[in-house]
Design a protein around this ligand. Structure first.
Ligand SMILES: C[S@@+](CC[C@H](N)C(=O)[O-])C[C@H]1O[C@@H](n2cnc3c(N)ncnc32)[C@H](O)[C@@H]1O
Length: 284
């Protein structure tokens, strides 16, 4: 299975896929009340937020069935306003999915340094979205090393200083100045301290928003979802995206040596993604 685009509604199309047949899912659903994709059956223009959350929960329930037992789901989602109120859409969805049996593992902030200006005069301009990491089981595939970051230059020095000074703080109690003990307890200073060269990926990701030069308005950047694919999908595995749009998830999968299955309701976007991915394959 893999390297396939299926044009159709997410829930109905997912029902045609076998159980536990994909390694990981990376996606961004249509945002609530934001955009008319011009296709019957589209998600995002429901009368109420509750209905929108229910429909997305149904889609992700099917994703859960299709996902490997140790698979993860990464959802990129933004908030919306209605009648002056911020709706809290990302967290509403996260809690609904948790109630539906998913393990909510991480809430990542996608910080956009090039956020578009907004005309509002009574609140700060929005410059971030959420990326939720959810898993189907308590233990799951997560390649920590594939997304590890180098430790910053000053960190080792700071940690060594902290280790060699640790006896000084042994007598400190809250609200009192720390004192050096007259007889320092054996500190770790003399021992061989092995400091790691890498650190864990953190949950604040800075990545400029880019629009794909094709005809899709809501594409996310390949760089944004690269860590999701690297950590969540083993090499050669299949990444599913039930809201495929311009096919960014497919491009990331191919470039990282994985396969993709993309679903989108809009035949125009399916064609756009098909063309885009042909170009990616011929460039690899
Ligand atoms: C936010 S966009 C995804 C953009 C994509 N991540 C990219 O980088 O191009 C959401 C997509 O969901 C599609 N969509 C809307 N309702 C759908 C449904 N019921 N089933 C499948 N796709 C749907 C829209 O056509 C749109 O392309």
């Amino acid at each position: 299975m893999g390297n396939q685009i299926i044009c159709g509604g997410a829930t109905q199309t997912l029902r045609t896929l076998p159980d536990e047949s994909v390694s990981c899912c990376v996606t961004s659903p249509p945002y609530y009340g934001l955009r008319d994709y011009g296709v019957k059956g589209q998600i995002g223009l429901e009368q109420t937020l509750d209905r929108y959350i229910t429909r997305l929960t149904e889609v992700f329930r099917e994703v859960g069935r299709v996902l490997a037992r140790d698979g993860t789901l990464w959802i990129v989602i933004a908030d919306s306003y209605a009648e002056k109120q911020l709706l809290g859409v990302p967290w509403r969805l996260a809690f609904a999915l948790r109630d539906d049996g998913w393990y909510l593992r991480s809430a990542i902030i996608w910080h956009k340094p090039n956020a578009l200006p907004e005309s509002c005069r009574d609140r700060p301009t929005r410059s971030y979205e959420h990326i939720f990491l959810l898993s189907k089981s308590p233990q799951y595939y997560y390649d920590r090393q594939a997304v590890a970051k180098p430790v910053a230059a000053g960190t080792h020095a700071r940690m060594k200083r902290a280790v060699s000074n640790d006896h000084k703080y042994a007598a400190a109690v809250p609200g009192q100045r720390a004192q050096t003990l007259s007889k320092p307890r054996p500190s770790r200073a003399g021992r061989e301290v092995k400091l790691a060269d890498t650190r864990n990926l953190r949950d604040l990701w800075t990545c400029s928003a880019k629009s794909y030069r094709g005809a899709h308005f809501a594409a996310y950047p390949v760089e944004l979802i690269t860590p999701c694919v690297l950590a969540g999908c083993p090499p050669g595995g299949v990444v599913l995206d039930p809201f495929f749009g311009s096919g960014t998830t497919g491009e990331a999968a191919l470039k990282l040596g994985r396969r993709y299955i993309g679903i989108d309701l809009n035949p125009g976007y399916c064609r756009l993604a098909e063309e885009r991915l042909k170009g990616v394959i011929s460039g690899i």
